[in-house]
Write a protein that binds this ligand. Sequence first.
Ligand SMILES: C[S@@+](CC[C@H](N)C(=O)[O-])C[C@H]1O[C@@H](n2cnc3c(N)ncnc32)[C@H](O)[C@@H]1O
Length: 277
Amino acid sequence: MKIRELIRKIVEDVKKKKELFAIDDYFIEKIVKKYLSSNAKLKNFLIEHEPKTLSRSGKYKQLIKKIRSELRKVYGVYAKKDFEKRKEFLEKRDYDSILKSHLSTKERFGSYPKLYEKIWGITGKPKSILDLACGMNPFSFGHMNIKNLTYWAIDISEEDAKLISKFFKKEKINGKAKAMDLLKIKEKNIFEKFPKFDVAFLFKFLDTAIIKSRKIAELLIKSITAKWVVVSFSTKTIGQKEMKKANRDWIIKMCKRLEYEVKVLNFENEIFYVIKK
Ligand SMILES: C[S@@+](CC[C@H](N)C(=O)[O-])C[C@H]1O[C@@H](n2cnc3c(N)ncnc32)[C@H](O)[C@@H]1O
Protein backbone atom coordinates (compact mmCIF):
# COMPACT_ATOMS: atom_id res chain seq x y z
CA MET A 1 0.00 0.00 0.00
CA LYS A 2 1.24 3.50 -0.80
CA ILE A 3 1.79 5.85 2.13
CA ARG A 4 -0.91 8.24 0.89
CA GLU A 5 -3.38 5.37 0.67
CA LEU A 6 -2.43 4.28 4.19
CA ILE A 7 -2.98 7.76 5.66
CA ARG A 8 -6.36 8.00 3.90
CA LYS A 9 -7.41 4.64 5.31
CA ILE A 10 -6.35 5.60 8.85
CA VAL A 11 -8.28 8.90 8.65
CA GLU A 12 -11.40 7.11 7.42
CA ASP A 13 -11.19 4.44 10.11
CA VAL A 14 -10.58 6.99 12.87
CA LYS A 15 -13.69 8.90 11.76
CA LYS A 16 -15.91 5.84 12.11
CA LYS A 17 -16.59 6.94 15.69
CA LYS A 18 -19.62 9.21 15.57
CA GLU A 19 -18.27 11.93 17.84
CA LEU A 20 -15.12 12.28 15.70
CA PHE A 21 -16.89 12.44 12.37
CA ALA A 22 -17.10 16.23 12.16
CA ILE A 23 -13.38 16.85 12.62
CA ASP A 24 -11.56 18.26 9.63
CA ASP A 25 -9.52 15.58 7.77
CA TYR A 26 -6.58 17.97 7.65
CA PHE A 27 -6.14 17.89 11.43
CA ILE A 28 -6.43 14.12 11.64
CA GLU A 29 -3.91 13.71 8.82
CA LYS A 30 -1.49 15.97 10.66
CA ILE A 31 -1.68 13.83 13.77
CA VAL A 32 -1.38 10.60 11.75
CA LYS A 33 1.69 11.88 9.89
CA LYS A 34 3.32 13.00 13.12
CA TYR A 35 2.65 9.62 14.68
CA LEU A 36 3.95 7.61 11.72
CA SER A 37 7.08 9.69 11.32
CA SER A 38 8.07 8.97 14.91
CA ASN A 39 7.35 5.22 14.54
CA ALA A 40 9.32 4.08 11.47
CA LYS A 41 8.97 0.38 12.36
CA LEU A 42 5.22 0.57 12.62
CA LYS A 43 4.99 2.63 9.43
CA ASN A 44 6.93 -0.03 7.47
CA PHE A 45 4.79 -2.78 8.96
CA LEU A 46 1.60 -0.98 7.92
CA ILE A 47 2.78 -0.20 4.38
CA GLU A 48 3.60 -3.86 3.77
CA HIS A 49 -0.01 -4.93 4.33
CA GLU A 50 -3.05 -4.84 2.11
CA PRO A 51 -5.95 -2.71 3.43
CA LYS A 52 -8.16 -5.72 4.22
CA THR A 53 -5.58 -7.67 6.24
CA LEU A 54 -4.49 -4.46 7.92
CA SER A 55 -7.93 -3.84 9.39
CA ARG A 56 -7.65 -7.12 11.26
CA SER A 57 -4.18 -6.46 12.65
CA GLY A 58 -3.85 -5.75 16.37
CA LYS A 59 -1.12 -3.17 15.77
CA TYR A 60 -3.37 -1.29 13.38
CA LYS A 61 -6.32 -1.34 15.78
CA GLN A 62 -4.02 -0.06 18.52
CA LEU A 63 -2.91 2.80 16.27
CA ILE A 64 -6.51 3.81 15.51
CA LYS A 65 -7.21 3.84 19.26
CA LYS A 66 -4.20 6.05 19.95
CA ILE A 67 -5.09 8.56 17.23
CA ARG A 68 -8.68 8.74 18.54
CA SER A 69 -7.41 9.27 22.04
CA GLU A 70 -5.15 12.11 20.84
CA LEU A 71 -8.09 13.72 19.03
CA ARG A 72 -10.22 13.54 22.13
CA LYS A 73 -7.40 15.12 24.06
CA VAL A 74 -6.89 17.92 21.57
CA TYR A 75 -10.50 18.65 20.79
CA GLY A 76 -12.13 17.71 24.02
CA VAL A 77 -14.52 15.63 21.91
CA TYR A 78 -16.60 13.32 24.01
CA ALA A 79 -19.47 10.92 23.51
CA LYS A 80 -22.98 11.96 24.46
CA LYS A 81 -22.97 9.78 27.55
CA ASP A 82 -20.01 11.77 28.96
CA PHE A 83 -21.99 15.01 28.64
CA GLU A 84 -24.91 13.39 30.44
CA LYS A 85 -22.63 12.25 33.26
CA ARG A 86 -21.22 15.76 33.65
CA LYS A 87 -24.74 17.13 34.04
CA GLU A 88 -25.35 14.63 36.85
CA PHE A 89 -22.08 15.64 38.55
CA LEU A 90 -23.11 19.28 38.29
CA GLU A 91 -26.44 18.52 39.97
CA LYS A 92 -24.52 16.91 42.86
CA ARG A 93 -21.93 19.71 42.96
CA ASP A 94 -19.31 17.02 42.34
CA TYR A 95 -16.95 19.30 40.44
CA ASP A 96 -13.84 17.17 40.94
CA SER A 97 -15.54 14.36 39.02
CA ILE A 98 -16.18 16.80 36.18
CA LEU A 99 -12.48 17.71 36.18
CA LYS A 100 -11.61 14.03 36.04
CA SER A 101 -14.02 13.45 33.15
CA HIS A 102 -11.85 15.44 30.70
CA LEU A 103 -8.34 14.34 29.78
CA SER A 104 -6.65 17.74 30.16
CA THR A 105 -8.08 18.53 33.58
CA LYS A 106 -7.69 14.92 34.69
CA GLU A 107 -3.96 15.06 33.92
CA ARG A 108 -3.44 18.16 36.05
CA PHE A 109 -5.96 17.26 38.73
CA GLY A 110 -3.41 16.49 41.47
CA SER A 111 -1.45 19.67 40.69
CA TYR A 112 -4.27 22.21 40.91
CA PRO A 113 -3.78 23.83 44.35
CA LYS A 114 0.02 24.06 43.90
CA LEU A 115 -0.36 25.23 40.31
CA TYR A 116 -2.62 28.17 41.14
CA GLU A 117 -0.52 29.07 44.15
CA LYS A 118 2.56 29.26 41.89
CA ILE A 119 0.81 31.24 39.17
CA TRP A 120 -0.65 33.76 41.63
CA GLY A 121 2.82 33.97 43.16
CA ILE A 122 3.94 35.53 39.87
CA THR A 123 0.83 37.40 38.71
CA GLY A 124 -0.69 38.28 42.07
CA LYS A 125 -4.20 37.02 42.91
CA PRO A 126 -6.39 38.07 40.00
CA LYS A 127 -9.80 39.71 40.26
CA SER A 128 -10.68 38.62 36.74
CA ILE A 129 -9.81 35.61 34.61
CA LEU A 130 -10.35 34.88 30.93
CA ASP A 131 -10.10 31.13 30.31
CA LEU A 132 -9.66 30.44 26.58
CA ALA A 133 -10.33 27.05 24.95
CA CYS A 134 -11.29 26.31 28.53
CA GLY A 135 -12.69 22.76 28.31
CA MET A 136 -13.64 21.79 31.86
CA ASN A 137 -10.99 23.97 33.54
CA PRO A 138 -13.52 26.47 35.03
CA PHE A 139 -14.59 23.64 37.34
CA SER A 140 -11.21 24.05 39.06
CA PHE A 141 -12.54 27.34 40.49
CA GLY A 142 -12.67 25.78 43.96
CA HIS A 143 -8.90 25.14 43.81
CA MET A 144 -8.07 28.76 42.96
CA ASN A 145 -8.52 30.08 46.47
CA ILE A 146 -10.08 33.35 45.31
CA LYS A 147 -13.30 34.77 46.69
CA ASN A 148 -14.44 37.56 44.40
CA LEU A 149 -13.67 36.79 40.82
CA THR A 150 -15.01 37.70 37.41
CA TYR A 151 -14.56 34.61 35.25
CA TRP A 152 -15.12 34.46 31.50
CA ALA A 153 -14.83 31.04 29.87
CA ILE A 154 -14.56 30.55 26.11
CA ASP A 155 -14.62 27.30 24.16
CA ILE A 156 -15.69 26.26 20.69
CA SER A 157 -18.03 23.68 22.23
CA GLU A 158 -21.59 24.92 22.79
CA GLU A 159 -22.21 21.99 25.16
CA ASP A 160 -19.27 22.98 27.36
CA ALA A 161 -20.31 26.63 27.41
CA LYS A 162 -23.86 25.68 28.48
CA LEU A 163 -22.61 23.45 31.30
CA ILE A 164 -20.18 26.11 32.57
CA SER A 165 -22.94 28.78 32.47
CA LYS A 166 -25.07 26.59 34.69
CA PHE A 167 -22.14 26.10 37.07
CA PHE A 168 -21.51 29.86 37.33
CA LYS A 169 -25.19 30.42 38.12
CA LYS A 170 -25.34 27.60 40.65
CA GLU A 171 -22.26 28.78 42.54
CA LYS A 172 -23.14 32.49 42.15
CA ILE A 173 -19.86 33.15 40.37
CA ASN A 174 -19.75 36.39 38.43
CA GLY A 175 -19.02 34.53 35.22
CA LYS A 176 -19.87 34.25 31.57
CA ALA A 177 -19.38 31.23 29.34
CA LYS A 178 -19.45 31.65 25.58
CA ALA A 179 -19.03 29.38 22.58
CA MET A 180 -16.54 30.99 20.25
CA ASP A 181 -14.00 29.91 17.62
CA LEU A 182 -10.61 31.32 18.60
CA LEU A 183 -9.21 30.66 15.14
CA LYS A 184 -11.43 33.44 13.78
CA ILE A 185 -8.61 35.66 15.05
CA LYS A 186 -7.15 35.19 11.56
CA GLU A 187 -9.97 37.28 10.13
CA LYS A 188 -10.80 39.82 12.83
CA ASN A 189 -9.99 40.90 16.37
CA ILE A 190 -12.40 38.67 18.26
CA PHE A 191 -11.43 40.30 21.56
CA GLU A 192 -12.37 43.80 20.42
CA LYS A 193 -15.39 44.05 22.68
CA PHE A 194 -13.87 42.13 25.59
CA PRO A 195 -13.17 43.91 28.87
CA LYS A 196 -9.68 43.90 30.36
CA PHE A 197 -8.78 40.87 32.48
CA ASP A 198 -6.02 40.46 35.02
CA VAL A 199 -5.04 36.98 33.85
CA ALA A 200 -5.86 34.90 30.76
CA PHE A 201 -5.37 31.14 30.48
CA LEU A 202 -4.53 29.43 27.24
CA PHE A 203 -4.01 25.91 28.49
CA LYS A 204 -3.11 23.06 26.14
CA PHE A 205 -4.37 24.71 23.02
CA LEU A 206 -1.50 26.31 21.10
CA ASP A 207 0.49 23.20 20.45
CA THR A 208 -2.13 21.16 18.70
CA ALA A 209 -2.83 20.44 15.10
CA ILE A 210 -5.62 22.99 15.38
CA ILE A 211 -3.11 25.80 15.24
CA LYS A 212 -1.68 25.63 11.77
CA SER A 213 1.03 28.21 12.34
CA ARG A 214 2.87 29.94 15.14
CA LYS A 215 1.79 33.23 13.60
CA ILE A 216 -1.76 32.46 14.74
CA ALA A 217 -0.53 31.56 18.20
CA GLU A 218 1.36 34.85 18.37
CA LEU A 219 -1.62 36.80 17.10
CA LEU A 220 -3.79 35.24 19.80
CA ILE A 221 -1.34 36.06 22.59
CA LYS A 222 -0.94 39.63 21.34
CA SER A 223 -4.68 40.25 21.00
CA ILE A 224 -5.85 38.80 24.33
CA THR A 225 -7.06 41.62 26.55
CA ALA A 226 -5.12 40.64 29.65
CA LYS A 227 -1.91 41.81 31.22
CA TRP A 228 -0.85 38.26 32.04
CA VAL A 229 -1.29 35.32 29.69
CA VAL A 230 -0.57 31.83 31.01
CA VAL A 231 0.10 29.38 28.19
CA SER A 232 0.51 25.67 28.81
CA PHE A 233 1.60 22.61 26.86
CA SER A 234 1.48 18.93 27.57
CA THR A 235 4.88 17.31 28.14
CA LYS A 236 3.61 13.80 27.47
CA THR A 237 3.23 12.13 24.08
CA ILE A 238 0.17 10.23 22.92
CA GLY A 239 1.58 7.10 24.53
CA GLN A 240 2.06 8.95 27.86
CA LYS A 241 5.83 8.96 27.31
CA GLU A 242 8.00 11.95 28.21
CA MET A 243 8.42 14.20 25.14
CA LYS A 244 11.93 14.57 23.77
CA LYS A 245 11.43 18.30 23.26
CA ALA A 246 9.10 19.21 26.06
CA ASN A 247 10.28 22.84 26.14
CA ARG A 248 8.65 25.16 23.66
CA ASP A 249 11.61 27.47 22.97
CA TRP A 250 9.64 29.38 20.37
CA ILE A 251 7.51 30.89 23.14
CA ILE A 252 10.62 32.21 24.89
CA LYS A 253 12.00 33.57 21.62
CA MET A 254 8.67 35.18 20.77
CA CYS A 255 8.49 36.85 24.18
CA LYS A 256 12.00 38.22 23.78
CA ARG A 257 11.14 39.67 20.39
CA LEU A 258 7.92 41.25 21.67
CA GLU A 259 9.62 42.41 24.87
CA TYR A 260 7.26 40.41 27.08
CA GLU A 261 8.54 39.00 30.37
CA VAL A 262 8.15 35.25 30.75
CA LYS A 263 8.55 32.79 33.62
CA VAL A 264 8.41 29.00 33.29
CA LEU A 265 6.64 26.61 35.66
CA ASN A 266 7.27 22.89 35.27
CA PHE A 267 4.68 20.40 36.45
CA GLU A 268 4.48 16.66 36.10
CA ASN A 269 2.63 16.45 32.78
CA GLU A 270 2.57 20.05 31.73
CA ILE A 271 4.78 23.10 31.21
CA PHE A 272 3.41 26.61 31.90
CA TYR A 273 4.68 29.91 30.51
CA VAL A 274 3.54 32.89 32.55
CA ILE A 275 3.78 35.85 30.19
CA LYS A 276 3.57 39.52 31.18
CA LYS A 277 2.64 41.72 28.24
C1 LIG B 1 -6.84 19.99 24.96
S1 LIG B 1 -8.35 20.73 25.39
C2 LIG B 1 -7.79 21.84 26.66
C3 LIG B 1 -8.89 22.27 27.58
C4 LIG B 1 -8.46 23.23 28.69
N1 LIG B 1 -7.83 24.41 28.20
C5 LIG B 1 -7.53 22.52 29.65
O1 LIG B 1 -6.32 22.56 29.42
O2 LIG B 1 -8.01 21.91 30.60
C6 LIG B 1 -8.60 21.81 24.01
C7 LIG B 1 -9.87 22.61 24.07
O3 LIG B 1 -9.88 23.50 22.97
C8 LIG B 1 -11.20 23.62 22.50
N2 LIG B 1 -11.11 24.11 21.11
C9 LIG B 1 -10.71 23.41 20.02
N3 LIG B 1 -10.72 24.20 18.95
C10 LIG B 1 -11.11 25.44 19.38
C11 LIG B 1 -11.30 26.70 18.73
N4 LIG B 1 -11.06 26.82 17.44
N5 LIG B 1 -11.72 27.76 19.45
C12 LIG B 1 -11.96 27.62 20.78
N6 LIG B 1 -11.78 26.45 21.46
C13 LIG B 1 -11.36 25.39 20.76
C14 LIG B 1 -11.76 22.22 22.64
O4 LIG B 1 -13.16 22.21 22.64
C15 LIG B 1 -11.15 21.79 23.97
O5 LIG B 1 -11.99 22.09 25.05
